[in-house]
Design a protein around this ligand. Structure first.
Ligand SMILES: [Zn+2]
Length: 261
């Protein structure tokens, strides 16, 4: 179990949401994801929100996906708001802010957001809310869901930013990966519809690109805690359902990993 009180202040922290990745798809591709799964497999968790906007508010509030088991004692939170009146675990890092992003900024972290899906585009007031948690936030058209090279573009941008950041700076880097969200049919040649198979292909693509980001982060002076998970899954016709923002096990079960670089 991580002790976040030993990590906050001494480690860089990277949070990556693999937007819309289903738990079952992540497990099917575990052996084909050498970068994401180098040190272990996916943990099954339940998301606190069934679509991007809701889930990310919960995450930034310190509510990461909950372990998918009935043993409450194992549900130790990494982050928890101070003065909530609730009893917290000694390994939980308490932040005195409305959200973990500004809480980490108070601890001297530089907070950076690299957006992906529509809620990070900053194109209207609603889509400025989530990026607005961060000191620096970026979105480009070619980071979005319609670009088959979105993860390469997001990683290129992150690498450029990392080049300009002193090794002494404490870093909280958040990236919302858009490639696995629909449309993802184009990750299979001559395929016209999104499916479990095309989401699997998208995940393999994403893993390949994240390798460059992890290699660069490994070169930084501080050790890096990497938190990688999905914000929700999506339905491809199961029980008649399509998409997300609905309650179905293909939506509420999400893959989760924490590891060090
Ligand atoms: Zn999402």
């Amino acid at each position: 179990m991580l002790n976040m009180n030993d990590i906050v202040g001494s480690h860089d922290i990277v949070m990556i949401t693999l937007d819309t990745l289903r738990y079952d798809v992540a497990v099917l591709e575990q052996d084909n994801c050498p970068h994401l799964c180098e040190s272990g497999g996916w943990e099954k968790r339940h998301t606190p929100g069934s679509f991007t906007y809701a889930a990310h508010h919960a995450f930034f509030g310190g509510f990461l996906p909950t372990p998918a088991n009935t043993d409450k004692a194992s549900h130790v939170r990494l982050f928890h708001g101070k003065h909530s009146g609730l009893r917290t675990h000694p390994n939980t890092w308490l932040f005195d802010a409305p959200d973990i992003v500004s809480g980490l900024a108070q601890e001297g972290y530089r907070t950076i957001c690299i957006g992906g899906v529509i809620f990070f585009t900053k194109k209207n007031k609603l889509s400025r809310v989530l990026p607005g948690y961060f000191q620096q936030s970026y979105w480009r058209m070619n980071f979005g869901v319609t670009n088959p090279n979105s993860t390469a573009n997001q990683v290129d941008h992150a690498l450029k930013l990392l080049d300009g950041i002193s090794e002494q700076d404490k870093l909280f880097l958040f990236m919302n990966v858009s490639a696995i969200h629909g449309p993802n049919h184009y990750y299979i040649p001559n395929n016209r519809s999104d499916s479990v198979e095309s989401q699997r292909a998208a995940l393999r693509y994403v893993d390949g690109e994240l390798g460059r980001l992890f290699a660069s982060l490994r070169e930084r002076e501080r050790p890096v805690l990497c938190l990688v998970f999905s914000d929700h899954g999506t339905a491809y016709g199961e029980d008649g359902y399509e998409g997300h923002r609905l309650a179905h096990e293909v939506v509420w079960n999400v893959p989760y990993r924490e590891f060090f670089l």
